[in-house]
Design a protein around this ligand. Structure first.
Ligand code: ZN
Length: 109
């Protein structure tokens, strides 16, 4: 009895493996079949994009905003770095070259 069950199971597995094997060979050999499968995949992708269009737009917008923020921070850092800086004569903190008073300790330069 157990042996019979095993035999049936083995035949089913063999048939599945055989079908997959034949399909793979056909896909490789026949451009027509490959195109059919690809067409189905493209359709599925299109459908998926249509379904989640709002979410995708949201993600793209958020990502663009994050990138914008990053660029702004970098641009500001570069601008600050290019500004002429000197050190306060009294407290030694970095201040703008053209400032009359130190913004940290308030003493006249
Ligand atoms: Zn100072």
């Amino acid at each position: 009895m157990h042996f019979e069950l095993f035999k049936v199971f083995f035949i089913i597995v063999a048939v599945i493996v055989g079908v997959i094997f034949i399909l793979t060979i056909l896909m490789v050999a026949s451009p027509k079949i490959r195109a059919k499968f690809m067409g189905r995949q493209v359709k599925a992708t299109k459908y998926m994009i249509d379904e989640v269009e709002d979410d995708l737009t949201d993600i793209a917008t958020k990502r663009a905003n994050i990138n914008k923020e990053g660029v702004e921070i970098t641009a500001k850092a570069i601008k600050d770095g290019l500004k002429d800086k000197v050190y306060c004569k009294y407290c030694g903190k970095k201040i703008d070259k053209d400032s009359k008073f130190c913004k940290i300790c308030g003493k006249e330069q």
